[in-house]
Design a protein around this ligand. Structure first.
Ligand code: SF4
Length: 352
């Protein structure tokens, strides 16, 4: 049995101090961490229970019109908050696309950012895994890897990040607020998760003891609310991680796309924002030609990491369909029901 300390701090400052000990881990809902501990994949020496910390469970509208979401807000509470879902519908849609209702009722915003890859070899102590044991090798390379990365991977690790929530956050320019022993700092969500390089065990920019206290969405992102969707393709229609997903948001300027936001899930070890695709859309008329050009730009640097070349073609189709759904307009229904890959899309925009 693996012995560990359990502490329950009363403030963020106490939590940060308690987690500065080597081998400490923050515990919120534990929907990923406890599984990892039960499987012997991770063995924290101290659990810092942050579930009852004050002031981390609010969904606030900021004076400038943006939103600030406390790190302990439950996924389901955020998805069903009417004001939030109206302003950031693709975020609500992504949250409702993730996990099961039971898990969404427990899982937190901060925990969603911190969840770890679902690479099967990572969860199997008998397999070689550089992320679990640096220098051990990677059994996914040459193994069962049809779900692995096609962007940003390295010879050390080809895993993907599993979050749905993080994908529209990346597209919409979210900021992560972090508290540590040296005070508070802010990191764009697109810079929060790290690509594997030669150190796949280092997954985020968090230093020991630092904790996420909130995520902010800028007011500017609300300008995309009228044309914003999240589309997820998975091996089965519920309770499965994305094979490929896309968050697409358009700000229309008359009959043309004034600005676009696009990010991908299931393709890399971080939510993958494609500014090249966004640039390909700006100033264009919405339609097949513009969406196909954006899809090509989004996957221009993609390459298979194994038996997964299909993800590149599939990903382009998901981008085109997500953009077509976004162009058609955000559904009135709140909270938005997740977009189905089988739903009809506007006439004339069907295939790559
Ligand atoms: Fe480990 Fe990454 Fe290889 Fe999976 S892909 S076995 S997480 S090193």
């Amino acid at each position: 049995m693996n012995r560990f300390d359990y502490v329950k701090p009363q403030s963020v400052a106490e939590a940060v101090a308690a987690a500065a000990e080597p081998g400490a881990a923050f515990l919120a809902a534990g929907t990923n961490l406890l599984d990892l501990m039960k499987g012997g994949i991770t063995r924290p020496q101290r659990l810092v229970d942050v579930t009852h910390l004050p002031d981390l469970s609010a969904i606030e509208t900021l004076p400038d019109g943006g939103a600030r979401i406390g790190a302990l807000v439950k996924n389901s509470d955020l998805a069903t908050d009417p004001a939030f879902a109206r302003q950031y519908p693709a975020v609500a849609e992504a949250l409702l696309s993730g996990a099961s209702a039971q898990l969404r009722n427990a899982a937190t915003v901060g925990g969603n950012l911190m969840q770890r890859t679902r690479c099967a070899y990572f969860y199997d102590p008998a397999s070689a895994c550089n992320k679990r044991s640096p220098g051990a090798g990677c059994d996914a390379l040459g193994g069962e890897n049809h779900g692995h990365a096609v962007l940003g991977w390295s010879d050390s690790c080809i895993a993907v990040h599993p979050s749905d929530f993080c994908v529209p956050l990346a597209a919409l320019g979210a900021i992560v607020e972090i508290e540590g022993s040296n005070g508070r700092r802010e990191v764009p969500l697109t810079a929060f998760h790290l690509l594997p390089g030669s150190t796949p065990d280092k997954e985020t920019v968090l230093e020991p003891g630092e904790m996420i206290v909130a995520v902010r969405l800028p007011a500017e992102a609300a300008g995309f609310a009228g044309h914003q969707r999240y589309l997820k393709v998975r091996d089965r229609t519920s309770y499965a991680f994305a094979v490929v997903s896309a968050a697409a948001a358009l700000r229309m300027d008359g009959g043309t796309i004034g600005a676009a936001r696009l990010a991908l899930g299931g393709v890399a070890l971080k939510p993958w924002r494609s500014e090249a695709a966004e640039a390909a859309l700006a100033g264009k008329a919405p339609g097949q030609a513009a969406f196909a050009a954006a899809a090509e730009a989004a996957f221009a640097e993609a390459k298979p990491s194994g038996d997964n070349a299909y993800k590149i073609d599939l990903g382009k189709r998901v981008v085109i369909r997500a953009l077509a759904l976004a162009a058609a307009g955000t559904p009135d229904r709140l909270p938005a029901l997740p977009a189905s890959p089988f739903a009809p899309v506007p006439e004339g925009v069907l295939h790559v």
